[in-house]
Design a protein around this ligand. Structure first.
Ligand code: HSE
Length: 291
């Protein structure tokens, strides 16, 4: 390979940080990039067998989009991909692909993009900033993106552990977003905003007890989506009894995300796996590294 790009999985929202907050997880996609006659994409592993292998691949499309923005032409390359990130499971797989494309274009065209430029492009392509900011920067990212302006606060080394519960079936983000209401009552939105603000501030201070409590006070999406998750309330209750900080939906689902004390993730994953065999329980640490 000429070079490789390694991009983490992400969990988005953390409850009330809807479309804004992301946490990078130490599950990675590696893309080996080599010069070639035509664009081609090869995935290792069966799970990825159905993804496009040519110019219609999301990574290739992103590379070309980024090059076009800066009026550069990038010659064809071969992308060889291996990944630990479950596809379509609410762990940011599409944002990971977009982040990879941005980083590859940045290197191939010598763009020297700033972090802010990268997250802006990624957010435009993804439609929201939460997963893609965390995939690009690592750690926790708290973003404001309205289509024109972007601001990102980056917490590089969150001191927290994670358990992810991954069900067997994938879920399309559009389907899960389709469950959301067009409007919220002003009173509800006010509480949602307060929960998100307190959670963000608590994360910055490393107070995951408070952050975990706020994680469970979402009004923007959880009430409309939780019906999709078998045993949602039971999992929340049991994980809290076992000492977790809080449990919420990972991104748009179908996975669940549990914040736990660093070092206790393995133990909790084993216990939950025994009670909720429908889900695959993965103990994981945050990723400090981004793309
Ligand atoms: N914030 C997004 C959602 C994440 O919850 O729909 C998934 O792309």
């Amino acid at each position: 390979a000429n070079f490789s790009v390694v991009v983490p999985a992400t969990t988005a929202n953390l409850g009330p940080g809807f479309d804004s907050i992301g946490l990078a997880l130490a599950l990675y996609m590696t893309v080996d990039v080599a010069s070639a006659e035509t664009w081609s994409v090869f995935y290792e592993g069966d799970e990825y067998g159905d993804l496009p292998s040519g110019e219609d691949n999301l990574i290739v499309q992103t590379i070309q989009d980024v090059a076009g923005r800066y009026e550069k032409k990038i010659a064809a390359h071969r992308l060889q991909i291996s990944s630990d990130i479950p596809l379509g499971k609410g762990l940011g797989s599409s944002a990971t692909a977009i982040a990879a494309g941005i980083e590859i274009a940045n290197r191939l065209a010598g763009l020297e993009l700033s972090s802010k430029e990268k997250v802006f492009i990624g957010s435009e392509l993804e439609g929201h900033a939460d997963n893609v900011s965390a995939a690009l920067l690592g750690g926790v990212t708290i973003s404001y993106f309205d289509g024109e302006e972007i601001d990102v606060i980056h917490i590089p080394e969150p001191k927290v552990g994670a358990v992810i519960l991954v069900p067997p079936e994938a879920l399309r983000t559009e389907e899960s977003r389709g469950l959301l209401p067009k409007q919220l009552l002003h009173m509800e939105a006010t509480l949602g905003s307060a929960a998100s603000s307190v959670m963000a501030a608590a994360i910055v201070q490393g107070d995951w007890v408070t952050a975990g409590r706020m994680m469970e006070k979402d009004v923007f999406h959880e009430p409309y989506r939780k019906q999709l998750f078998p045993d949602f309330d039971e999992i929340r209750e049991m994980s809290k009894e076992l000492g977790a900080f809080g449990m919420t939906i990972s991104g748009a689902g179908p996975s669940l995300f549990i914040a736990v004390k660093e070092g206790s993730e393995q133990q909790l994953a084993v216990k939950l796996a025994a009670h909720f065999p429908y889900y695959k329980c993965i103990a994981v640490r945050p990723s400090v590294a981004g793309a």
